[in-house]
Design a protein around this ligand. Structure first.
Ligand code: AHR
Length: 650
């Protein structure tokens, strides 16, 4: 995150700090309880897409988050009739005003307002500035090139020049460029700003446009991008992409949760409004989370994002139910929404000869994306009308007929007339609940639809849903529970923590997996739990006994094509626990392996921007391991053994 790599921390640090006692092949603790791995028996197949991500626009996760745009309220539509955070700065004797103007817009539908700067008096050397401080901070880094752009036109008497710059709050200019002339017709101006090598990264800065002549000038769609992931225009924030890639995710559920639905159908995620030139995207008021979305992160960007993360998309489509409780009854009224979903799938997967595939190609991506899963709705169990079954049926039948290979995910057990391929279940519970329910899926009917746990997170006991610190204790609860998901991998084929992101200066829901301000980011202890599980499993569960073992929860797995064998043990208790670990059905264990431990002094410990590395996993090599050894598990810890075990021939 700051200057270190999480992958390195998880995999490679050979640290002197002992997170648990070294294994001993024969010792006085032979009377300690035994934990047996039986490689002679086969457990469930583990889905290659077990560990993935869920994304929605919440906590400024997209705008002001992974979507790298730095200008807040770039379309001047966020706070009408106000235009904040844009502000006018006047120095010296100048007189000027700033307001919104609906006359003669760049695009009447998408950019109906522009920002009008009127300068009545200005003295040389004292320019009039308009400033934008970014999304609660504007990151400026050394030796970095920023791409700025805007639409502008001038009124009678104003021809320019304009100076565009990046400035600190104390007025230090990091980079500046002049636009000599502004014409009277709207024109798109694009320029670059490059900072010098000798500055320190900072975020208390602004994007500034300065004028030194009287007259009027209008601005619309003012944009500023830092370098983006893979240099994609309209792309993603680099550090957050690194954070995601270090998790080695396998799927991305888009565009998530409540954001998909809106409070009403009118404020849902309308994917057709998220395509094409930014100047033609109206954005929308996301009343699920209470702020306007630019929709700069639109359907194509979501799909491209999946490609860049090397994950499969779980495409969530609006299914006619919104948070406010309104639903569209199955039948003719629902037909346009079903057609919308079919069009959306065609946009993503259709050849360039299909109408929507051609639109995708025109936007620069002729190759079709693969959509293996479509999720129909979000949390439709909240729909008390009982309409989900018929709505799901209508979507199911239409999508199945057109796209027979796509697996369909239901969001409520109310879908009974058609059998979903998967059921999306959500769990926001206390850490104690999670560690007390590791057997949740042991008794799940093997005849029922398989499960995607599309959202889960532990929150501190007593805190309301959607609140609670991202503590080690929460992460331990989740880890204990994940052992049960992996052990039941024949039923649970996908799981993702939620929410994924929060801008710490605009948080609406906590805990979250990855937090950031304009400049830096860090992972919560839960982030490392996700990473430990994602990086350390095979494709076959190895049966373990006994089922229950005091405060310990565990799961073992192995690589059926090699010798890699994994054992993850979670101690959610407050005492150390000693266990004799016995590996049956194996010929030998290679001399060395690794053990990685995630723990800290207190279950209340957290990571933060000031101390991003407070709780993190430590990996060390273990030598001379045998088919039986003892190990002491520290309180509130997750321990992952990665061993090379030669199974007996069968
Ligand atoms: O993850 C936050 C919210 O929790 C999601 O928007 C919703 O699906 C769930 O209730």
């Amino acid at each position: 995150m700051r200057r270190w790599s999480r992958t390195l921390l998880a995999l490679g640090l050979l640290c002197a700090l002992m997170a648990g006692s070294p294994p001993r092949s024969s010792d006085a603790s032979s009377r300690s309880p035994t934990l047996t791995l039986d490689l002679g028996r086969s457990g469930a197949h583990i889905s290659p897409t077990l560990f993935g991500l869920m994304f929605e626009e919440i906590n400024h996760s997209g705008d002001g988050g992974i979507y790298a745009e730095l200008i807040a309220n770039r379309a001047m539509l966020d706070n009408p009739p106000a235009f904040d955070p844009w502000a006018l700065q006047i120095t010296g004797q100048a007189t000027a005003s700033l307001d919104l103007d609906a006359q003669d817009p760049v695009n009447a539908r998408a950019l109906p307002e522009s920002l009008r700067l009127t300068i009545s008096h200005v003295t040389p050397g004292d320019p009039v500035d308009i400033e934008n401080p970014g999304y609660l901070g504007l990151p400026v880094r050394p030796s970095t090139t920023y791409r700025a752009s805007f639409y502008a036109r001038s009124g009678a008497g104003f021809a320019g020049p304009l100076t565009v710059s990046l400035q600190s709050s104390s007025g230090h200019v990091f980079a500046s460029v002049s636009v000599p002339k502004i014409g009277s017709a709207w024109r798109h101006y694009a320029l670059t700003l490059t900072t010098k090598a000798n500055i320190k990264p900072s975020e208390d800065n602004s994007f500034v446009i300065s004028a030194t002549h009287t007259g009027k000038v209008w601005f619309s769609l003012v944009s500023l991008f830092p370098p983006t992931w893979l240099d994609r225009p309209n792309g993603m924030r680099v550090d957050l992409m690194r954070d995601l890639l270090a998790l080695h995710p396998t799927f991305l559920r888009i565009p998530g949760g409540n954001y998909l639905e809106g409070q009403t159908a009118a404020t849902r995620f309308i994917w057709k409004n998220t395509l094409g030139d930014l100047a033609a995207r109206p954005g929308h008021q996301d009343d699920a989370w209470g702020y306007r979305s630019t929709d700069g992160l639109g359907l194509l960007e979501y799909l491209q994002w999946c490609e860049d993360l090397h994950v499969v998309p779980i495409l969530a489509v609006y299914a006619g139910y919104s948070l406010g409780g309104d639903y569209i009854a199955a039948g003719p009224a629902l037909r346009p929404y079903v057609q919308d979903a079919l069009d959306e799938i065609q946009y993503a997967t259709g050849s360039v000869r299909t109408p929507w595939g051609a639109r995708r190609a025109a936007a620069g991506h002729p190759a079709p994306f693969t959509i293996p899963y479509v999720e129909i709705g979000n949390e439709d169990f909240f729909d008390q009308s009982g309409s989900y079954d018929s709505r799901f049926t209508q979507f199911h039948d239409a999508i199945r007929a057109a796209y027979p290979s796509i697996k369909l995910i239901a969001t409520s057990t109310d879908a009974t007339s058609r059998t979903p391929d998967l059921l999306d279940l959500h769990f926001y519970e206390t850490p104690e609940w999670f560690s007390g329910h590791t057997g949740y899926f042991d008794s799940y009917s093997r005849g029922a639809p398989k499960v995607m746990v599309g959202e889960y997170a532990a929150r501190t006991a007593g805190s309301p849903i959607g609140r609670g610190d991202a503590t080690l204790g929460n992460a331990i609860g989740e880890a204990a529970w994940i052992t049960g998901l992996e052990r039941n991998a024949d039923v649970v084929t996908m799981a993702s923590y939620a929410p994924l992101f929060q801008n710490v200066n605009a948080s609406q829901w906590s805990p979250d997996l990855i937090s950031y301000d304009a400049l830096n980011s860090y992972g919560s202890p839960s982030y490392y739990v996700q990473q430990l599980f994602s990086l350390n499993h095979g494709d076959l569960v190895v049966p373990t006994t006994p089922n229950a073992n005091g405060p310990l929860a565990y799961v073992a797995s192995r690589d059926s094509h090699g010798t890699a064998t994994f054992l993850t043990v979670v101690n959610s208790g407050s005492s150390t626990e000693v266990r004799r670990i016995v590996i049956k059905g194996a010929v030998s264990v290679a001399g060395s392996g690794t053990v990685t431990v995630l723990t800290s002094g207190s279950p209340d410990d957290v990571n933060s921007l000031d101390d991003p590395n407070n709780v993190h996993p430590v990996t060390r090599r273990i030598e001379s391991i045998g088919l039986s050894f003892s190990y002491t598990f520290r309180p509130n810890s997750v321990t992952v053994f990665r061993l090379s075990v030669k199974p007996e021939r069968r």
